[in-house]
Write a protein that binds this ligand. Structure first.
Ligand code: SF4
Length: 347
């Protein structure tokens, strides 16, 4: 899974949305509406003379590498900004540990999400999981396209992972592989097999992008949900392709163009499910650059929690001294921006 606030598959992360959702259960009252602001005060991070205010529920995104075995046309890890220095081995891990120590020393309470690229093709993955365990980082999560989960089952079961986000953009195997541009993306049978080997304490979540020609209607959403419930997965997120910055090259121009041309508006889908007795809305939340709604879906097959996300990357204010997300970049620097050249906290 790619990097960036929205999860390269806007699965990956949805800048902060996953962190929000991860920390909360779907048990709030139907009327619960979070206004974007949190009751908890911001945390404070000092770097030299500079003082940053940090989101009270900040997530540390750990990106070992932008490499991936898939080639999704909407992948926001695809960037026109060259990576100046990629640390593939001990140096990356040494700097990652130094960053965990730095955050701990500053008293920053954070969760963690390991993404990419595709983290399961990276040999550093077990060591990253081990460091998250040793530093007792709260609620670690991994976002993956699932292709090579089977290679890391023992390490995953030994880790402190709270959940695994699996990117899956269609319930039909061939359609999903076509969307992901990958012959190795797992089939339904592959997923069933590997999920059966993962410790039940680790929650599994599926993330699907709403794409024209793919899952692009309320009917597509319900078919996907029925497929997921049959697979044994009870947490599913659907993301509108993020609105991406056209300038700066952080996201490749081809990705910005594809996302704009293939974006499916979430509004009509939500209108349709509001009229569907199988759905019940339990939470709505919004922030400066995102909106999301949490619903339950219940049929004779079973029940699932469903999240709908909508992110506008252009609304992230990079000029303020407020940090929404912490990112440990492939170049082994700790930053408060998705651009590895901006707001470097630990070079
Ligand atoms: S699976 Fe790979 S190519 Fe597709 S969005 Fe995720 S990181 Fe990008």
């Amino acid at each position: 899974m790619a990097a960036f606030p929205v999860d390269p598959d806007p699965n990956a992360a949805a800048a902060g949305i996953e962190a929000l959702y991860a920390g909360r259960t779907a048990t709030e009252e139907p009327s619960a509406v979070l206004g974007g602001a949190f009751a908890a005060p911001a945390q404070v991070l000092k770097v030299g003379d500079k003082e940053y205010r940090v989101h009270p529920n900040v997530n540390l995104y750990v990106n070992p590498s932008p490499r991936c075995n898939a080639r999704c046309a909407f992948c926001i890890a695809r960037s026109d900004v060259p990576i100046d220095r990629e640390n593939n081995g001990k140096e990356y891990l040494r700097r990652f540990e130094a960053s965990l120590k730095f955050l701990r020393k500053q008293g920053i309470d954070h969760t963690a999400l390991v993404l990419g690229g595709e983290p399961t093709i990276d040999r550093k993955l077990p060591m990253i999981l081990d460091l998250l365990k040793r530093y007792k980082v709260r609620d670690p999560v991994i976002t993956t396209n699932g292709s090579y989960l089977k290679n890391w089952v023992r390490e995953i079961n030994d880790s402190t992972l709270a959940h695994i986000n699996i990117s899956r953009h269609h319930y039909l195997d061939a359609e999903n592989r076509s969307i992901m541009g990958s012959k190795t993306a797992p089939t339904t049978k592959d997923l069933k097999e590997v999920l059966g080997r993962i410790d039940r304490r680790i929650s599994i979540r599926l993330n699907a992008n709403l794409i024209k020609g793919g899952i692009d209607s309320a009917e597509g959403v319900t078919r996907f949900l029925d497929w997921a419930i049959d697979l044994g997965v009870a947490h599913i997120a659907f993301s509108q392709l993020a609105t991406l910055p056209e300038e700066g090259g952080l996201v490749a121009k081809s990705v910005v163009k594809y996302s704009s041309a293939h974006r499916v508006s979430i509004g009509p889908i939500l209108d349709a499910i509001r009229r569907d007795q199988r759905f019940r809305r339990i939470k709505v939340a919004s922030g400066s650059h995102y909106n999301y709604e949490v619903w339950t879906y219940k049929t004779s097959r079973g029940e699932a929690t469903v999240v709908f996300k909508d992110i506008d990357m252009n609304k992230i204010d990079l000029d303020s001294s407020f940090i929404d997300d912490l990112i440990f970049h492939p170049n082994a620097t700790l930053g408060g921006s998705w651009n590895p050249k901006e707001r470097i906290l630990l070079p």
